[in-house]
Design a protein around this ligand. Structure first.
Ligand SMILES: [Zn+2]
Ligand SMILES: [Zn+2]
Length: 346
């Protein structure tokens, strides 16, 4: 079978490899579609600093059950399934508390928990092996476009759930970056909260996507954006900021518009920084602000995402590429040309 492998620092290759055989507790999935993520680009940009080489990339996979290993129950050949993003151990204290994206057995203080495509073989291939308990049934959702639910929808869901008690009627939220994650985050906000949503992007086509999906106010993400948002909120700022980009201009924007006691969730990995000072005169943040880095999501977040998609309230906008055209897809993503999520179809 064909698989897109990270063969060396910053280097992807379409390889011909054996179709994997499921062992005890494992399931072979025939991949229907695999989403491309900015974190895949991040891995390439990290070069030699990335710790895992040789594996198949792709952490947004969905498809059909193709073969069952021994000791697998509750799944049948042909079932449409999605691959869970974060493979927690299921038994440690964070996992049993429902915080499997902070698993202390399959992850460590400095390394995220096991994530397929970012270490173990992932979804950019014709087939993939998955531990049976890391699969969820999709029901009637088309697996060709479902892969991004595993990350591009899960990750915003997790960030929104962590801010949910502040997204009350009368609140305002800012979403920065209406790309793969942002266009799904916007739909989750509109479907599950009463917050007024301001959507920002630098690209007019992505702002049009934001309008289509019900943003209450759409603004170009430029040097005037912070003042426009402050003006819009009477100078007070916004309750919640979700930064799906994380680059310096968006981190600056997030810290410039957050209200006292507001929440910032940094989801994008754009390398932006902000100063923090434990003093009374700090100009970097208003009093009481809570800022958080957000990794992936939990199994409960995934079930919520699947439920929303089954209800037709979460629609993944996709641009599809044949698996063999993976390089074009990566190039288009890097150039900011993808509206919604790029999907590789084997
Ligand atoms: Zn990702
Ligand atoms: Zn665990």
């Amino acid at each position: 079978m064909r698989a897109v492998k990270l063969v060396g620092p910053g280097t992807l290759q379409l390889a011909e490899v054996d179709v994997p055989v499921p062992g005890p507790g494992e399931v072979r999935i025939k991949i229907a579609g695999a989403g491309l993520c900015h974190s895949d680009l991040h891995v390439l940009e990290m070069g030699e600093a990335w710790p895992f080489f040789g594996g198949t990339v792709g952490h947004e996979g969905a498809g059909w059950v193709d073969a069952l290993g021994s000791e697998v129950a509750g799944l049948a050949e042909g079932d449409a399934v999605i691959v869970n993003l974060v493979w927690g151990c299921g038994h440690c204290r964070p996992c049993t508390e429902g915080r499997d994206n902070a698993c202390r057995v399959n992850g460590s203080r400095n390394l995220f928990p096991t994530t397929p495509g970012l270490g173990p073989d992932g979804a950019m291939a014709e087939y993939m092996l998955v531990p049976a308990r890391q699969l969820e049934q999709l029901g009637a959702i088309d697996p060709v476009i479902a892969g991004p639910l595993a990350d591009a929808a899960l990750t915003p869901m997790h960030a929104i759930n962590s801010a949910r008690d502040r997204l009350t009627p009368g609140s305002t939220a800012v979403l920065i970056g209406i790309g793969g994650l942002g266009h799904l985050g916007l739909q989750i906000m509109k479907a599950t909260t009463a917050a007024r949503v301001i959507a920002l992007d630098t690209d007019e086509a992505k702002l049009a996507v934001a309008r289509e999906h019900g943003a209450d106010l759409v603004l170009p993400s430029d040097s005037s954006a912070a003042q426009r948002i402050l003006d819009d909120t009477g100078g007070y700022g916004v309750d919640v900021v979700l930064d799906f980009v994380g680059a310096q201009p968006t981190v600056d924007l997030a810290t410039a518009v957050v209200a006292p006691e507001g929440l910032i969730r940094f989801v994008g990995l754009g390398g932006g920084r902000f100063p923090f000072a434990a003093d009374a005169d700090s100009v970097s943040l208003p009093w009481g602000v809570n800022a958080q880095r957000s990794y992936g999501g939990t199994r409960a977040d995934l079930l919520e995402v699947i439920a929303l998609a089954q209800q037709g309230k979460l629609v993944v906008e996709t641009v599809r590429y044949p698996l063999a055209d993976f390089q074009q897809a990566f190039d288009d993503l890097a150039a900011g040309k993808v509206l919604g999520r790029a999907i590789l179809v084997p």
